[in-house]
Design a protein around this ligand. Structure first.
Ligand SMILES: Cc1cn([C@H]2C[C@H](O)[C@@H](COP(=O)(O)OP(=O)(O)O[C@H]3O[C@H](C)C(=O)[C@H](O)[C@H]3O)O2)c(=O)[nH]c1=O
Length: 304
């Protein structure tokens, strides 16, 4: 979207193998453009971040680089802190040294666990239930202190369960499509009544770009803003789209999982002029279309 608007963009990804690297490469390949440069590097590596920041006169940094799996953060909490917190520190420090004035920081609705819905940005989110959420909260706080000390302008975007074509294969929508299509049992944590305010990736991209505008320091919920939809309802919709019945294997509800999410998006609507436009049925259909039209490669993507 930034390229379509005529901007020059440098994209960074460390291409780690937490999930199938061919999917990451597929996404990079879609961005072929004279104004796009890709750098395979890690924001944890301070000298590399410094050299990156010297490579062009940046107006803004959008930090979407993260360890983002909720359940895997119980297995390997250390990488969540090194990437999500120390990586953010490297970016903030290199921005400070060069007076790059704008940071958009991707954060998460996972922070709202235990709070009353719909989740409002003013709720206190000091009791995270996963190392992932804790690392994102830590990054938000670090960004705040850099805003206070060095005047960097910060928009924190709390994303609500983002899905879309070429989506993450550690998340439910991608996996459920794969399993239903392949006739394999869906691994379902809990009874499937847990629910999410699913948000389509293009809406998230538009909201993230809208958040580049100067705001001081603000937190914005970027969520569908709809009634939360249960996993069982998602499975039913995917069965219809794929024309196949799902088989289920039940697993214990995961301790790091939030039961339900619903965004209050009034603030993003008002201050960013942002409104999600892609409904769940349309969004899921786009995911299934992408999966079908990229076969056999898409069906062979390794699930973590
Ligand atoms: C992958 C998978 C998930 N589930 C269940 C577990 C959860 O109760 C629910 C949604 O899990 P998922 O990982 O798709 O999404 P969230 O737990 O909402 O987390 C996601 O949205 C937030 C905002 C982020 O910030 C995370 O980066 C992102 O991973 O489906 C299953 O039952 N089976 C599965 O194979």
């Amino acid at each position: 979207m930034l390229l379509d608007q005529g901007h020059h963009v440098v994209g960074v990804d460390n291409m780690n193998d937490y999930y199938d690297v061919s999917l990451k490469q597929h996404r990079v390949d879609q961005l072929a453009n004279d104004r796009f440069t890709f750098r395979a590097m890690d924001i944890e590596d301070e000298p590399d971040v410094e050299s990156l920041m010297d490579s062009a006169p940046f107006d803004a940094v959008l930090n979407l680089a993260a360890r983002a799996g909720v359940r895997y953060s119980m297995e390997n909490p250390r990488v969540y802190m090194t990437t999500n917190l120390m990586g953010t520190l490297n970016l903030l420090e290199s921005m400070r040294r060069r007076s790059i004035g704008k940071l958009v920081l991707a954060s998460t609705s996972s922070l709202y666990a235990g709070q009353p819905m719909p989740f409002d940005e003013t709720l206190s989110v000091n009791t995270p239930i996963s190392s992932y959420a804790a690392s994102k909260k830590a990054a938000e706080m670090l960004a705040h202190s850099h805003h206070h000390l060095y005047d960097v302008d910060v928009s924190v975007c709390r994303y609500f369960t983002v899905y879309g074509p070429a989506g993450r294969p550690d998340m439910c929508v991608f996996r459920f499509i794969h399993w239903i299509d392949q006739g394999e049992p869906i691994e379902l944590f809990g009874d499937g009544t847990q629910s999410r305010d699913f948000t389509y990736v293009d809406d998230i991209a538009r909201g993230t770009i809208a958040a580049i505008k100067p705001v001081g320091f603000e937190v914005f919920n970027l969520g569908g803003g709809n009634e939360p939809v249960s996993l069982l309802a998602i499975i039913e919709k995917l069965e219809t789209l794929l024309g196949k019945k799902a088989k289920l294997t039940h697993r214990t509800f995961h301790k790091a999982d939030i039961t339900t999410t619903q965004a209050n998006i009034a603030k993003a609507q008002k201050q960013l002029g942002w409104q999600p436009t892609v409904g769940l049925d349309e969004g899921l259909a786009a995911c299934v279309d992408w999966y079908q039209s990229n076969k056999p490669w898409s069906a062979a993507i390794r699930l973590p």
